[in-house]
Design a protein around this ligand. Structure first.
Ligand code: NAD
Length: 291
């Protein structure tokens, strides 16, 4: 079994980005500038957004964190987005999801200038991704492609089973892996909460991408020997023995599934860190595009 080490790989990617940023600066060019907007005080969201800002510092990007209160109106958030769209100093920005219930997430996603949409959530960018045109690929699926690439995991002609059909993970993952691209050319089955006989399907998979958000859902009896397993799930489980009071658990029963796997991502330290590295990659791309 080979561990697909997202922590190490993302650190390599950040080093590569830092070299590129240093080159830009040497040439007298501006460093990429990422802004992140967060509404409210959700603990997990704050952790993610802070990690993104910290990653910017590490690679030499400029970063701006905009914290808005939980009761911020949709109108005020849209006006903040408008300001970022028109701020020439900002190359790319993200609005951390989920948003409070009184704000229409789709409206917010639509308001972001597609050229600054480094999360790749705007329909223009999703459409380009689906057509295999150059665009910002959303960070989590992009990170999974990169991880498979760097570990030379063969996808061409393989049967990939994706569990989960969300707009940010399952759906784009299934589209990307089926496309004619370096990490792609797979035969993809996308499954979801209404899928029947899921186990029968996962048992046929050469690669399983688990993105449903149910801790330790994928068990050893659901996979064949030699499978590659990508665990996207992150659930906080209360754990008094931990300093933070919780531990992070993936969608895969790692101890048992890893024994049958040829490659597997751990949680934490797998897909999560890759997501941040690819957000930086998209921001660098946004900067270069604007030059
Ligand atoms: P979501 O809640 O939007 O979607 C879950 C999907 O799972 C749905 O499509 C649903 O149909 C499917 N599903 C639910 N129960 C199922 C079942 N019993 N069998 C088959 N399919 C089932 O989730 P999401 O936003 O895609 O996130 C999934 C998980 O990935 C969560 O734990 C989330 O925290 C995590 N996540 C991690 C990263 C990262 O960077 N590592 C990024 C995004 C999401």
């Amino acid at each position: 079994m080979i561990l697909l080490d997202g922590k190490k790989t993302s650190s390599d990617i950040k080093d590569e980005i830092a070299v590129e940023v240093a080159k830009l600066k040497e040439q007298g060019k501006k460093a990429p500038h990422l802004a992140a907007v967060i509404v409210g005080n959700d603990g997990a969201s704050l952790t993610y957004v802070n990690a993104k800002v910290k990653a910017c510092e590490r690679v030499g990007f400029e970063s701006t964190l905009i914290r808005l209160s939980e009761d911020t109106s949709e109108k005020a958030l849209l006006s903040q987005i408008d300001e970022l769209n028109n701020n020439d100093d900002i190359d790319g920005f993200i609005v951390q999801l989920p948003l409070p219930k009184h704000i229409d997430e789709q409206k917010v996603i639509m308001a972001v200038d597609p050229d600054k949409d480094v999360d790749g959530f705007h329909p223009t960018n999703v459409g380009k991704m689906a057509l295999n045109l150059p665009t910002f690929i959303s960070a989590t699926p992009f990170g999974i492609l990169e991880l498979l690439d760097r570990y030379n995991v063969e996808t061409s002609g393989k049967h990939v089973v994706v569990i989960g059909r969300s707009h940010i993970v399952g759906s784009p993952m299934s589209i990307l892996l089926s496309q004619k691209r370096k990490v792609g050319n797979a035969t993809v089955t996308i499954t979801h909460s209404r899928t029947q006989n899921l186990k029968k399907i996962t048992l046929q998979a050469d690669i399983v991408v688990a993105a449903l958000g149910i801790p330790e859902f994928l068990t050893a009896d659901m996979v064949k020997d030699g499978v590659t397993v990508i665990d996207v799930g992150i659930t906080r489980i209360e754990d008094a023995s931990k300093k933070r009071g919780f531990r992070l658990v993936g969608d895969v029963a790692f101890d048992e599934v890893s024994q049958k796997s040829s490659y597997i991502t751990p949680v934490p330290g797998g897909v999560g860190p890759m997501t941040i590295a690819m957000l930086l990659k998209n921001t660098l791309l946004a900067r270069k595009r604007r030059d």
